[in-house]
Write a protein that binds this ligand. Sequence first.
Ligand code: IMP
Length: 460
Amino acid sequence: MSVIAVVGAQWGDEGKGRVVDYLARDADLVIRYGGGNNAGHTVINPHGHFKLHLIPSGIFYPTTRNLLGNGVVINPPALVRELDDLAEAGFDCGNLFISDRAHLVMPHHILIDQLEERERGAAKLGTTSRGIGPAFVDKVARRGIRVVDLVDADGFRARLDTALRRARRIVEGYFAAGGPDDELDGAIREALDPEGVAATYLAAAERLAPHVVDGQALVDEALRDGEHILLEGQLGTMRDIDWGIYPFVTSSSPIPGGASLGAGLPAVRIDQVLGVAKAYTTAVGAGPLPTELIDDAGERLRERGAEYGTSTGRPRRCGWYDAVAVRFSVRLAGYSAIALTKLDVLDAFDSIRVCTAYRDPETGERWETVPAATSLYERLEPVYEDLPGWGTDTTGCRAWDELPPAARAYVEHLESLAGAPISHVSVGPERAQMILRDAAGEGAVSAPGDAARNVHVGSA
Ligand code: IMP
């Protein structure tokens, strides 16, 4: 048995969903431990092409149980919509479980998210407008409403009334200087209408009730039975509430420390951590992105990589691989190994750049790590190394040895810069396009001189 956390090593959208989908065939339990339906996990498998927002990526294996952990914030109507979509594709999702301790995203959270972004103006964070931040604010302020509260309809209505009284005061504050525009007017009325919200949420609760469990009891039993557990991360280190590019961060912790809290398992039970990094860099939303390319190369990365947000459809900002950011993530997350995704997107480039340090244009100072001051990080410039491209289509490669020598050299170079072994390389979105980099073909990847850090993920 083993417990593996799958964690984003960059700005999010690294391909965690496809990696979890790939690994989940050997998993008994997959747990989402943070975030909410701001997530957008794209999964392409023999059943079709899916965009998951809340539901863990192990859902396609009927014998794999999937848990939305206590660390996730759940929008019940959005979850019901996702269940409906999967039901239409033939998945009844009887293997989905929801922690009774998870907090709810309410319509007024979404409204406040949008109002706060409007108020920030040019300094907006570029959130997904899914109400994630305000839901976590209420959780920490000890006034959140949890899944377990949906069981008692009268108790839920009472909590909702209290929450809406407060929300009304906030909304009035935003509009003290002027009136809401037409677009928001309807949204405000809906979000602040206790009867309407209660009806929608209690109807969703009825639909979700068969899935609600004591999440910790489920996890504890799985641990005692020696089951194979995957912890599915959302977003990446650079958007972590503590370690990311504050304030352009999300409101939970994507790194493995967040996995223990948000899944409900002891930190010492996490055996391995698999980092996921793209072979280049992308981000949606605002904040520093030192290697961003505002040119043809960036456009080529976006088009070749279909880099548009899964949740919001926003074009992703694209740039070269940032080894400083990934190394920062390695230090925080202690990856046993890294899965490198979308290597094939680089097939068309004659020359490929890798950022190995930053330089402050004002002082000339060299930076080898990510600074705390976001304003400083904004102005740091990448120091690049140029590597030769391989100019060959890699999407048909199925083994490490089949990759062109320059592609292997690129991966090996990133590995040495990261200080963690790269165990998996993907050359396309299909399950078969995941290359395992081990001699035995069993998915066991050794970190040099450290057998205990092997990541075993089953056979190809
Ligand atoms: P929030 O989580 O919606 O509050 O957004 C905070 C930041 O995280 C924004 O920059 C978002 O664009 C970014 N973000 C949130 N969810 C995702 C995701 O699933 N992929 C990539 N970026 C995300």
